[in-house]
Design a protein around this ligand. Structure first.
Ligand code: CMP
Length: 145
């Protein structure tokens, strides 16, 4: 039991990817620093420019969406930084810190609310579940071919 008698959950891992718009604007330190300040541990971190095949695999859940082509073009347009974070309830907590998908709707105090530009160029991606984390981690750090 932890504070207030609540059960203490084991640390969980999740993945964030700092997108090309944020890398170009020099915001890697600002973004990663927010998670460090919140107490998340950095387990793995890598800058890369994704290939088209890698991006299609990374975002395969969106393959049938009308915005898939634009999404893949954007994420391969420049360097990105993938970071595996570890901490309590990581996937949900990180996504609260990231904010709403549409940057203009994201609340002030969230990363997209403070730094996001648009919808495709919304500064950061974060895994939405443990299943997504496992799949996206493999696609990011161990791309096929
Ligand atoms: P992300 O969290 O990386 O997950 C999928 C991305 O698709 C999303 O952020 C947006 O950047 C992008 N996207 C582009 N168009 C849309 C749309 N119409 N609805 C949702 N996501 C979109």
């Amino acid at each position: 039991m932890g504070e207030k008698g609540q059960a203490v959950s084991a640390p969980e891992e999740t993945l964030i990817v700092v997108k090309p718009d944020a890398v170009k604007r020099g915001l890697v330190g600002e973004i990663v620093g927010r998670f460090e300040a919140k107490g998340f541990a950095i387990k793995r971190m890598q800058m890369t420019t994704m290939s088209r095949a890698q991006a299609e695999d990374f975002y395969s859940v969106h393959r049938d969406k009308p915005f898939f082509g634009e999404l893949v073009s954007f994420i391969t347009s420049g360097p990105v930084v993938g970071v595996v974070l570890s901490g309590r309830d990581a996937a949900a907590t990180v996504r609260r810190m990231v904010g709403a998908t549409k940057s203009w709707e994201a609340s002030p105090g969230t990363i997209r609310g403070d730094l996001g530009l648009g919808l495709t160029d919304n500064t950061i991606h974060a895994s939405d579940s443990q299943d997504s984390f496992q799949k996206e981690q493999r696609a990011f750090f161990n791309p096929a071919g």
